[in-house]
Write a protein that binds this ligand. Sequence first.
Ligand code: NAD
Length: 496
Amino acid sequence: MSTTTETNRSEVAEFLSQSPLKAFVGGKRVAAADGSTFTTRDPGTGLPLAEVSAMGAADIDQAVKVADKAYRTTGWPQMSPHERGVLLHRLADAVEQHKPILAEIEARDAGKILAQAEGDVQNFVDTVRYFVELSLQVPSRVPLAVSGHEAATVRHSWGPCGFIFPWNFPVLLIGWNIAPALAAGNTVVIKPAEDTPLSALYIAQLAQRAGIPDGVINVVTGYGETAGAALASHPGLKRMSFTGSPEIGRLVAEACGRNLTPVKLELGGKGAAVVFDDVDVDATADALTGAITFHTGQVCCDATRWLVHKSIYDRFVDSCVQKLNDVNVGYQLDSTTQMGPVVSAKQRDRVLGYLERAESEGTEHVLTGGAASIPGRDGFYVKPALLAGSLDSSAAREEIFGPVAYLASFDDERQAVEMVNDTDYGLANSVWSADMDRANRVAEQMVAGNSWINAHNVFPHGVPYAGINKSGMGGGVNSIETYLDYTRPLSVVRPL
Ligand code: NAD
């Protein structure tokens, strides 16, 4: 099988030249028992980047057993948070030192423009450091003031934990999810998406070099319906974390339910932005068009319903159209590119399918969008699109996961809140206004995990990020709650 190794960095070429790339289990590179592989492609060219092992159920079983053995034998859970912190800081250091390499691997595999990939790698580093610091501060034994008893809550780690990831933010989501689990003393089995397996494998190598004991971090590669399903249904896992679509999230939750494995689901979204009439119209249009084109709109918490006060609707729409027409769509590694490809032909067809369906449902195409062609690059490119019309249309209600926003106008605050909350999802919304009393009032009435004011896609460490309803369940990421999720509380009581 021929693979493309055209690259700017020799280290990236060297990594890709190891194709077929094997899974990483117990500190060793492991092929699928039946030798199967799958191809991961560069979305900007459509060409193969590497062959990667396609693990089956027996391989996944082995990986979970290795993670369990590492939990019992390496001393990882018994280490003090300081001792684990030393090794996790070394991992953060190694990832930071290799940022240009890892960012290029991520950019090529996920179709992400380089600056965004670099930001994601830095976010991984910052997240690991945040959870190390947190683990030093959270006491593992808390005395409880209970009359007539001596009582305490003691916190332990759980054991081997499973993680299934989507393709849109591979490095960043690995950091957000495994950092709290590792800092608390658990071992992990990671299943990256089949479209983007490369960065997880590279991180696993760096973790080994940083001195994390073998078997503490394992990466199993493969298809969702085989490797993913085998991991989700494995009875040896103590916790499961799934990030992806609501459809697959349901299957994962069902599988975990059969084993009574606690599961956390971080799912899709159909976020709204409410734009009041006292905003700087151009600046707000700039922020929202920036958000919808960021990673080509493949962002779960994006604002994809733009609800605009009727008195500024026309001006706002004109400004957005002008800005989106100016967006430079191109190959993700070209320095002038502002918006790269979507991740796959399947994802491009999904976006184009929604645009076609919108037309057949009578939706207004304010900005047509559609397929984009980039000279010399046979990748998966689309142009930004703006739709408007009935909020009952499929494009207004369903997650498209591309650079497409749906516009509607509102009369007053009460109607705006009703429109925001008229959705099956509940991930993140934003409100835009110069009146902070109004902005806070509206933000606090939104039925979702996150409300942002005069900003969209904001994730400071320490602020819980989670979805409700069709957007997820079981907690969130990026905060002390997540860290506590990865500790098992034990109450110890003695009557006096
Ligand atoms: P997906 O649900 O198709 O796949 C996600 C992962 O599940 C992949 O690793 C896949 O291999 C695996 N999988 C597929 N079938 C499986 C099965 N039967 N059992 C177990 N695992 C299986 O999602 P996607 O297309 O990769 O990602 C896009 C979705 O992810 C969007 O809905 C997006 O909103 C969501 N997302 C949510 C968040 C969040 O934090 N809430 C973050 C990023 C992405």
